[in-house]
Design a protein around this ligand. Structure first.
Ligand SMILES: NC(=O)c1ccc[n+]([C@@H]2O[C@H](COP(=O)([O-])OP(=O)(O)OC[C@H]3O[C@@H](n4cnc5c(N)ncnc54)[C@H](OP(=O)(O)O)[C@@H]3O)[C@@H](O)[C@H]2O)c1
Length: 336
C-alpha cells in the first residue's frame, strides 16, 4: 500500500467513525454480571455485531479482562473473529479499541507488552487503539510511569495507532496526558462511567472541561446504567443475574421521575428512551458506547445518530439527574 492509499483510508475511517456513538462488548463473555453462555449467545452476538456495522457504528470497545477463567479473552476473541469475516473495505473503516488491565501481577512494561501481544492475537490483528484500563496509582504508583512509557512505545514503534486511558479522574488524566506528550504521543480518549445515573457530578464536569480544552475524546461507558434507562416507568424488575437484579431493584424506584421524563420525550419524538439517554451523553460532548446484545439494540443505538436533544430537553434531564437520589455505584478502579 502506498502513502496516498493510506491517507485515503485514514480519511474514510475518520469520516466513518467519528460519528458520535460506538458500542461495547463487556457482556460478550462475562457470566457474573451478564450471564453469558457461549452456545446460546454467540450466534446472536455475531448478528448483533453485523447489524451494528450495517447501521453505521464504527467504534467498538473491548478489554482483555472481558471473559475470565476458561472464558479468558472471550470478548476479544469473538470480536476478532467477527471483524475478520467482514469485507476488507469495512474492516478498514472500523476502530477497534481494547483495554489492557494493569493487574498487580503484570509487573512493569514487559507485563503489559505481553498482554498487548495476546490481545492483538485474539483480535486477529484488528486493533487500532490500546487503552490503559485503570490507573495503578492506588496500589503500585511507582510503576505508572513505566507502564505509560511502554504504551507510548507501542505507538512510537508502530505496533498500534492510538492510545486511550480509562477510569481516570481529572488530576490523573492531566498528569498522564502531560507524560505522554513529553514522549511525543497524543492521548486520543478517556473512558469513564457517564450516564444520566452515573455518580460524581463535579468530577465529571471537571473531566469534560479538561477534555474539551485538551481535545481528548470522552467515551461514555455504561451510558444506559446497565439497561435501567431503557426501562419504561411501569417496568418490573427483570430476571437476570443476581448482581443485575439487585441493581435494578435499587435503581428502578429511584429513577422513576427521570424515566417518566425520558419516556415523555421519547414518545413526543417517536423514538425510544434509549435513544434519548444516548443523546444526553452526546449533548454533553461524550461518545456513548452502549453494551449491545441483540441486533435490535444495535439498530436503536445507531438510530440516535439521526437527531439531537434541544438545549431545553438537555436542561430538563440535567435537573432530573441532579434530583435522582440513588446513582449507579462508582467503579472501584477509578482514580482521582
Ligand atoms: N472502562 C471500564 O471500566 C468499563 C466499565 C463498564 C463498561 N465499559 C464498556 O462500556 C460498554 C457499555 O457499558 P455496559 O455494558 O456496562 O452498560 P450499558 O451500556 O449501560 O447497558 C447495556 C445494557 O443495556 C441494555 N440495552 C442496550 N440497548 C438497549 C435498547 N436498545 N433497548 C433496551 N435496552 C438496551 C441491554 O440489556 P439487556 O440485553 O439485558 O436488555 C444491554 O446489555 C461495555 O460493554 C464496555 O465495553 C467499560
Amino acid at each position: 500500500m502506498n502513502g496516498s492509499d493510506d491517507g485515503a483510508i485514514m480519511a474514510r475511517r475518520d469520516a466513518g467513525r467519528l460519528n458520535g456513538i460506538g458500542f461495547g462488548t463487556w457482556a460478550w463473555g462475562n457470566q457474573l454480571v451478564w450471564g453469558y453462555q457461549p452456545e446460546r449467545d454467540d450466534p446472536v452476538l455475531e448478528e448483533t455485531f453485523l447489524e451494528a456495522v450495517r447501521s453505521g457504528l464504527r467504534l467498538v470497545d473491548t478489554a482483555d479482562s472481558y471473559g475470565t477463567g476458561r472464558l479468558n479473552g472471550r470478548s476479544e476473541a469473538l470480536l476478532g473473529r467477527f471483524v475478520q469475516a467482514l469485507p476488507a473495505s469495512l474492516q478498514r473503516e472500523l476502530l477497534v479499541a481494547t483495554k489492557l488491565a494493569p493487574f498487580p501481577w503484570r509487573i512493569g512494561r514487559r507485563g503489559l507488552d505481553r498482554a498487548f501481544a495476546a490481545s492483538r492475537d485474539r483480535l486477529q490483528g484488528h486493533l487500532e487503539r490500546v487503552q490503559l484500563h485503570w490507573s495503578t496509582a492506588r496500589y503500585a504508583p511507582w510503576q505508572e510511569v513505566s507502564l505509560l512509557d511502554g504504551l507510548a512505545d507501542l505507538v512510537l514503534n508502530g505496533a498500534v495507532r492510538e492510545l486511550g486511558v480509562s477510569n481516570m479522574g481529572p488530576r490523573r488524566l492531566e498528569w498522564m496526558q502531560d507524560r505522554l506528550e513529553q514522549r511525543g504521543v497524543r492521548l486520543s480518549s478517556v473512558q469513564v462511567q457517564f450516564s444520566l445515573m452515573a455518580p460524581g457530578d463535579h468530577r465529571l464536569q471537571d473531566l469534560l472541561a479538561i477534555c474539551r480544552k485538551r481535545s481528548i475524546e470522552v467515551l461514555a461507558y455504561s451510558p444506559l446504567a446497565f439497561g435501567v434507562l431503557g426501562q419504561p416507568p411501569d417496568a418490573q424488575p427483570r430476571p437476570g443475574t443476581l448482581l443485575r437484579r439487585r441493581l435494578f431493584n435499587r435503581l428502578l424506584p429511584a429513577s422513576l421521575p427521570l424515566r417518566q421524563e425520558l419516556k415523555g420525550m421519547a414518545d413526543r419524538r417517536g423514538v425510544s428512551m434509549v435513544q434519548v439517554a444516548l443523546n444526553w451523553c452526546r449533548a454533553h460532548g461524550a461518545t456513548p458506547i452502549p453494551g449491545l446484545r441483540s441486533p435490535a439494540q444495535a439498530r436503536e443505538a445507531a438510530a440516535a445518530l439521526s437527531w439531537e436533544l434541544t438545549p431545553e430537553e438537555q436542561d430538563r434531564l440535567d435537573t432530573l439527574r441532579s434530583r435522582c437520589p440513588v446513582r449507579m455505584p462508582a467503579n472501584p478502579f477509578e482514580s482521582a
